[in-house]
Design a protein around this ligand. Structure first.
Ligand code: FAD
Length: 139
């Protein structure tokens, strides 16, 4: 049986993302991920993306390379890559959470006054994404 992994990265948007930019990204992600059995979670704020991708490892690796090539962001850094028994985000082809009260409350609990995934440990980043999955934002 193919092994499943969770890859987590953060990156910097190359410009401020509008609602319509985020809608485009999520639409593509949800359409494509459904076809290849990938699920995950994306957070965006303060020009940072933080994303978890879960699925069969060859598929996740290939998808990550495509995403890393996308001109809408750069300075992309993988912060965690691990085998998983069971996906955490299986409910979402790509969940999304940003800018809510819950988002800023959780940031504060992580000692951050603004979203800065570069300063999060791998564990904090996975826990942040997992907690925010319960507070999805519609775009
Ligand atoms: P198209 O959407 O036609 O894209 C072709 C190429 O053009 C892509 O390589 C992309 O780099 C580039 N591109 C597309 N739209 C724009 C734009 N508006 N501005 C600049 N360049 C553009 N895709 C997924 O399948 N799953 C994901 O989970 C996922 N997450 C993403 C997270 C982030 C933060 C970003 C920025 C992108 C994400 N994408 C995701 C999109 C991904 O980078 C590719 O655009 C997508 O995989 C290619 O889709 P496509 O084959 O339909 O080609």
């Amino acid at each position: 049986m193919a092994r499943a992994v969770r890859l987590v990265y953060y990156s910097k948007a190359t410009r401020d993302m509008s609602l319509s930019d985020l809608r485009d990204i999520l639409q593509t992600a949800r359409d494509n991920n459904g076809d290849v059995d990938v699920c995950g979670m994306l957070c965006y704020d303060n020009r940072y993306f933080l994303q978890a991708l879960e699925g069969e490892r060859a598929v996740v690796n290939e998808l990550y390379l495509d995403i890393a090539d996308d001109a809408r962001h750069d300075e992309i850094i993988i912060i965690s890559y691990a085998e998983v028994e069971k996906p955490t985000f299986e409910q979402w082809k790509m969940g999304y959470s940003a800018g809510s009260d819950a988002f800023y409350t959780l940031l504060k609990e992580n000692g951050q006054s603004e979203f800065d995934p570069a300063a999060m440990s791998a564990k904090q980043a996975v826990e942040f994404l997992t907690a925010m999955a319960a507070f999805q934002t519609e775009v």
